[in-house]
Design a protein around this ligand. Structure first.
Ligand code: F6R
Length: 626
């Protein structure tokens, strides 16, 4: 939430920062601003609205400075408005800061600073920090920031510039992401950003700041200091993915591009991890060593997982839906007890986990505040933690005992699509791996599932060809303002996910339920104005006939019935108003296919209503605040 961008070097900073802000806009888009330092002054321009509005504002001015900060905001404290937009300055206008996170003790700090004579210009929590830095500034901006941070409670990524030291950016982080791009060769430049996507165009070298670290970056070099006030030498990591991953590649929206990328991204999740001849799975990240304080000896992530008495999977939103698919996969295929928790709930209750538990955190961004905090709590309570994340080097990737990357490439569309299918695919690989190690899945069964998994990318491609059919279907149903999504077993989480996609980008009210729950309440809503989307693919499953009965119940109450069914199921046409078919696969893998038409349905619905699916109202991609 909120995008931070900064540049210090020898080039004019403004174009670099503006372009970076555009790339970070998925993180927040209710207001934007920049601050540029040169010898004589710090110039600040900001406005309510999008980065494009800021660009219009900036066009009229000429700023040659080579040090600048930028920010694109997702409001937490203080409504979206020009005064509340970042950067915020101190009373003298010599210090400018941008912030991502929440300063929890902003109210007492503000009182204290106002009593000392500081004048505030905004309603934000952030502004206290610019005044605190001013309070402690005695000619060294790094020291002033360090001192100011000792008073801050909450989460933050900060970047700070100062007119008296115009060739420096000071950056600090705690629980909000911040990466530093290190300029190529002798250019002596640094790019400070909330996400690598804003950096890759300039450099392939990056430093990930860890919690509690603070750094000063200037053309002559950098210095990073840790929590204990000791200088740290950080590894400069290489960014491996290519630039085309962060462009729209000819698609009108990132969301559509990412939906269409799924044949490739699902394949990438499997690539190098399947030993087909032996019907075996290899996940290198699980071979990392784990030493829990309460355990006698060091073990690998995989051995811990195999010996765990319980597995708890946590996540938020779409990642929580993937966790639910994981529960079905692990319990059905392996017989291991699994609980799925909302990370936000787990972190604040008596979260009972111990050294015999493996807690799996699922997160696209690897930065979701609740998931990170719940994983930390699990670790504190002695459990082994395992991260399934997409963003390489993210906080969850670094803080868990071990983990496996999704390899889905950057996901920029605010609504998660390709990360979801990669999460489900990875959970299926994990289930196979554990099942093979525990000898509960036979060679033949593993071989069949692996074969079916390898077919998934081309089957997704088949479904994507139906995009215009699904657009027609969206057109037919565009006048309805409520939808019910129902599924059972492996496709109950897909009902939840389909409903979430429709809500978040089309602003249409939708609810997902296990189909059998309909008669315990939601059936009261059914009439001719309530379309119901059923996911009913597996005719062999014991619940299939029961779902058909639910469909009849809806029809007899004049509800419209849309069914996601398997190809070849001719009888389904007798009970449906609209049918979308998916190719046939193993029941446990159907979520990888059934979710695709629902993603497309939500996208086309948003298009028909004239909404921008890449920037849905009130949402931001990475939820780094509570
Ligand atoms: C929905 C969506 C969100 C995220 C959730 C968790 O389309 O994108 O519900 O799934 O905020 O985010 P990550 O996976 O980054 O932890």
């Amino acid at each position: 939430m909120c995008g931070i961008m900064g540049y210090v070097g020898s080039k004019p900073a403004l174009p670099v920062v503006l372009k970076g802000l555009r790339q970070l806009e998925y993180r927040g888009y209710d207001s934007a601003g920049i601050a540029i330092a040169d010898k004589d002054r710090i110039s600040v321009l900001k406005c309510k609205g999008k980065v494009a509005d800021l660009e219009n504002l900036v066009k009229r001015e000429n700023f040659p400075g080579s040090t600048a900060l930028g920010h694109t905001r997702w409001a937490t404290h203080g409504e979206p408005s020009t005064p509340n937009a970042h950067p915020h300055i101190d009373c003298s206008g010599k210090i400018a800061i941008v912030h991502n996170g929440i300063i929890e003790n902003h109210a007492p700090l503000r009182k204290l600073l106002e009593a000392e004579g500081h004048t505030f210009r905004s309603d934000t929590d952030t502004e206290v920090f610019s005044h605190l830095v001013e309070k402690f500034y005695r000619g060294d901006i790094l020291l002033a920031v360090q001192e100011a941070l000792t008073l801050i409670e909450g989460a933050y990524a900060f970047a700070v510039i100062c007119q008296d030291e115009p060739d420096k950016i000071v950056a600090a982080r705690r629980e909000s992401p911040l990466v530093i791009g290190v300029g190529n060769g002798n250019e002596g430049e640094y790019i400070i950003a909330s996400d690598l996507v804003a950096i890759v165009e300039h450099t392939r070298q990056a430093i990930h700041l860890d919690d509690g670290e603070i750094g000063v970056f200037q053309p002559s070099g950098h210095r990073i200091i840790d929590k204990a006030n000791m200088k740290v030498e950080k590894d400069v990591e290489s960014i491996t993915w290519s630039l085309d991953k962060i462009t729209k590649g000819g698609f009108p929206h990132y969301m559509l591009k990412e939906i269409f990328e799924q044949p490739e991204t699902i394949y990438d999740t499997m690539r190098g991890r399947i030993l087909k001849e032996k019907a075996q799975i290899k996940l290198g990240g699980l071979e990392d060593l784990i030493k829990l304080p309460s355990a006698e000896k060091t073990t690998t992530g995989l051995s811990h997982l195999l010996n765990s008495k319980r597995i708890v999977i946590i996540g938020c939103g779409t990642s929580w839906h993937a966790s639910l698919v994981g529960e079905y996969l692990f319990e059905n295929m392996l017989g291991i007890p699994v609980e799925v928790e909302y990370a936000s709930e787990a972190r604040y209750r008596n979260f009972i986990v111990d050294k015999d538990t493996t807690v799996i955190g699922i997160s696209q961004s690897g930065e979701t505040a609740d998931t990170l905090a719940a994983l930390r709590e699990a670790k504190r309570r002695g459990a082994a933690t395992l991260g399934l994340v997409n963003v390489v080097g993210s906080s969850i990737a670094r803080e868990t005992h071990c983990g496996v990357y999704l390899h889905a490439g950057p996901e920029i569309g605010v609504a998660s699509t390709k990360a979801f299918t990669s999460q489900v695919c990875l959970l299926a690989l994990m289930a196979l791996l554990i099942g093979r190690e525990k000898h509960v899945i036979t060679d033949q069964r593993a071989g069949t599932i692996i074969q079916r998994l390898l077919e998934i990318p081309s089957q997704v491609e088949e479904i994507l060809k139906k995009s215009s059919l699904i657009r027609d279907m969206a057109q037919r149903y565009a006048g309805f303002s409520n939808f019910l999504y129902l599924g059972r077993g492996y496709n109950f989480p897909i009902a939840l996910e389909g409903a979430l996609k429709l809500k978040e980008i089309s602003y249409i009210h939708a609810e997902g339920y296990p189909a059998a729950e309909m008669k315990h309440g939601p059936i009261a809503l059914i009439d001719e104005n309530m379309p119901v989307i059923f996911i009913a693919t597996d005719t062999e499953d014991q619940t299939y006939q029961k779902v058909i009965s639910n469909i009849e119940e809806v029809k007899s109450r004049h509800g419209q019935v849309i069914i996601i069914a398997s190809e070849g199921n001719e009888s389904i046409y007798d009970v449906a108003d609209t049918v979308i078919t998916i190719p046939e696969t193993e029941y446990c893998l159907t979520p990888l296919l059934t979710v695709i038409p629902l993603q497309l349905f939500a996208y086309h619905m948003a298009m028909l209503k004239g909404y921008d699916p890449d920037q849905p109202r009130n949402l931001a991609k990475s939820v780094t605040v509570e």
